[in-house]
Design a protein around this ligand. Structure first.
Ligand code: FO1
Length: 313
């Protein structure tokens, strides 16, 4: 049984690969919900949706977020009416936020609402929020503290980041499926998908009960590097590493995780850095990590699981 931590586009891709090679009973995907926010009266869960859309085959491959074959009539009219239109909600996507919000208002937890949406979309694997309690990533900049989506989407990640905090994390509890996965006797490995360490993986680990369980793990914890050849495949991870004085490479990833991971899967483009990663105290697997096709995702998932298996001896 495997627990995968995911957030963002890279996370959704490896989660999809894992779902292709593991039975529904053998995988729990714990998703970052600190990017969630309330917008236009709706509860938006971008990372849960990225994973859900990917596993349901509904995702837009080019944008990386939202649904394919999307239309934008709601946004057009919203703009015309002078509404808040910096965050793009497609017409199909809107339906998901609407149903999720109504389920939450009817008293369901985010876990229950997500499970209901997954069932309706024909997803058999468990996709669970990291927590049912509200946690919000806050980005500290020179101009003040910004809620994550305002920094990420409205300001296009432009203000340099001085710090990141997770509002509400200290009071949050792991969601029931994640707590159960961490406690299972047959848990074989934990996989950190190639997601942004600072704003996708850290918020999950910031939930009391999850961070401690990861630190006290009895099984290998393997990460896939979100950095390939000195750049992030997508998103602000590379800039955030540079701003923290970390090398923008798998070495920086290993250094940042600082004993929190046992193994790191790095790309062939970074093969020459394998020895440096190992000097950070992290075992290394070198392989092709760029996921362009569903076969790439499944192959990387299989190789990552085999690597974790070797680490557990
Ligand atoms: N990302 C953007 O860059 N611009 C958008 O307008 C945008 C809208 C959006 C709507 C729904 C959704 O589920 C995701 C959306 N995203 C958008 C992506 C989202 O901001 C990021 O993927 C994550 O929060 C970072 O992991």
């Amino acid at each position: 049984m495997i627990l995968a931590l995911a957030g963002g586009v890279g996370g959704a891709k490896l989660a999809h690969g894992l779902a292709r090679v593991l039975d529904p009973s053998g995988l729990v995907i714990a998703v970052n919900t600190a990017d969630d926010f309330r917008h236009l009266g709706l509860h938006i869960s971008p990372d849960l949706d990225s994973v859900m859309y990917k596993l349901a085959g509904l995702n837009d491959e080019v944008r990386g977020w939202g649904q394919r074959d999307e239309t934008w009539q709601f946004m057009e009219m919203l703009g015309r009416l002078g509404g808040e239109d910096w965050f793009n909600l497609g017409d199909r996507d809107l339906a998901i936020h609407m149903v999720r919000t109504r389920r939450l208002m009817a008293g369901e937890s985010l876990t229950e609402a997500t499970a209901g949406l997954c069932r309706t979309l024909g997803i058999e694997h468990v996709i669970a929020p990291m927590s049912d309690d509200p946690v919000a990533t806050m980005i500290e900049t020179d101009d003040g503290v910004l809620p994550f989506q305002h920094w990420f989407v409205r300001l296009r990640c432009e203000p340099p980041v001085c710090g990141v905090s997770f509002e509400g994390a200290a009071e949050a509890r792991p969601s029931p499926p994640v707590a159960a996965a961490l406690a299972r006797d047959d848990l074989e490995a934990i996989v950190l998908c190639p997601s942004n360490p600072f704003v996708s993986i850290d918020p999950v680990a910031a939930v009391p009960g999850i961070g401690e369980a990861l630190a006290g793990r009895k099984v290998p914890l393997v990460a896939v590097s979100p950095i390939i050849g000195g750049a992030a495949v997508k998103g602000p991870a590379a800039d955030m590493m540079a701003q923290r004085g970390l090398p923008v490479s798998p070495v920086g990833v290993a250094r940042y995780y600082d004993g929190r991971i046992d193994g790191l899967v790095i790309d062939e483009a970074d093969a020459k850095l394998a020895a440096d990663v190992e000097r950070e105290g992290v075992k290394t697997l070198v392989t092709a990590t760029l996921m362009k096709t569903a076969d790439d995702e499944a192959r990387l998932a299989e190789e990552t699981l085999a690597f974790a298996c070797r680490l557990s001896g």
